[in-house]
Design a protein around this ligand. Sequence first.
Ligand SMILES: Nc1ncnc2c1ncn2[C@@H]1O[C@H](COP(=O)(O)OP(=O)(O)O)[C@@H](O)[C@H]1O
Ligand SMILES: [Mg+2]
Length: 402
Amino acid sequence: MSEGTKVVPRLDTDRLLDDPRTRIIVCCGSGGVGKTTTAAALGLRAAERGRHVVVLTVDPARRLAQSMGLSSLDNTPRPVPLSDDAAAGGTLHAMMLDMKRTFDEIVEAHADPDRAGQILANPFYQSLSSSFAGTQEYMAMEKLGQLRRTEQWDLIVVDTPPSRSALDFLDAPQRLSRFLDGRLIKLLTAPTRAGGRAYLKVVNAGFGMITGIVTKVIGAQVLRDVQTFVSAFDTMFGGFRERAEDTYRLLQTPGTAFLVVATPEPDALREASYFVERLSEDRMPLAGLILNRVHRSPAARLSAARSLAAAEALLPAAGTGESPHSGNGGGAAPADASKYPLAVAALRLHAERMQLIAVERRLAQRFTAAHPGVPVARVAAQPEDVHDLAALRVIGEALSHD
Ligand SMILES: Nc1ncnc2c1ncn2[C@@H]1O[C@H](COP(=O)(O)OP(=O)(O)O)[C@@H](O)[C@H]1O
Ligand SMILES: [Mg+2]
């Protein structure tokens, strides 16, 4: 079998979107590959095909956010007006994830107002909620769980944060658990668990020995912050972890479809490979790979080599000043000039494009060779950034008609 004739299973995105059993779609992949764009495009398409959709975006470009009616980070799904001819009866909501706000909402929902106020004002809480590694990933999970529980939408499309690694999203609940099980937290919370209200007394006794040292090192105020924070937060830890685990399990159910997004570039595809393997280890349902920003040519039958040869032929022959093809009306042109400069430039550009296409195809084939069962959908590179509903529609169309 020659290269390029291997059959790659095609990812049928419309079937996925139309299937009422599909309740959650997670778009993941490394940074900059088109996760946000894909999530928005899929959400729009699903809504225009009749579903009630909410898209949870994380970092939409400002213009894309505006075109979807998202003007502020307020953690509330906002209706996106659909065109009138989309008569299928679907609806689209979109929201931008504000991780600090999501964290705060959890505190407000799970602690009485006094306690909540204390926690929110606590500097340790403030730095934890905005800087704890993986918070954004964790918050995306948390928000997803919340949206799912409302049962207000029949399809939730999730965009994932611009992590260093696509795996961060899956690692978040565990990382949170590790953090909560960490030594410092254990030390601080163990007395509460054992002794309830005797907490502060016990902590003071337990810490008597090391407090002096710790106070010197990190400062009395910080230590007090940590203690206040932990004592106020302790009752919530179980809830946090349980919800993270619930959402993690929800992701494993057949109603979830993971779409790994990648551009046809070595780094993005390597990351996509890791992710595909990880999903299978974690028994998460992978629907397929979306190969985004694939280059195409309107004249794919003209090979790079023939295109270059044709460009060559339009140049004056070196040294003689004569065109090799008299029919082309050669003449005494400068060595690097041609009577047809535009044609030469176009042919060279075409050759470059064809070479790029060949490289992209090889990279895609390497991925498919490593993961033969993974269906693939391709989306052509658009001439411009995707920042309005019309452009999203074009992407949605491309997704379903490879
Ligand atoms: N198929 C495409 N053609 C052209 N531009 C695209 C395409 N897909 C995405 N983009 C652009 O690429 C940039 C990154 O896309 P984005 O969806 O924000 O990536 P991610 O969320 O993975 O970081 C955006 O400016 C977006 O408009
Ligand atoms: Mg993004």
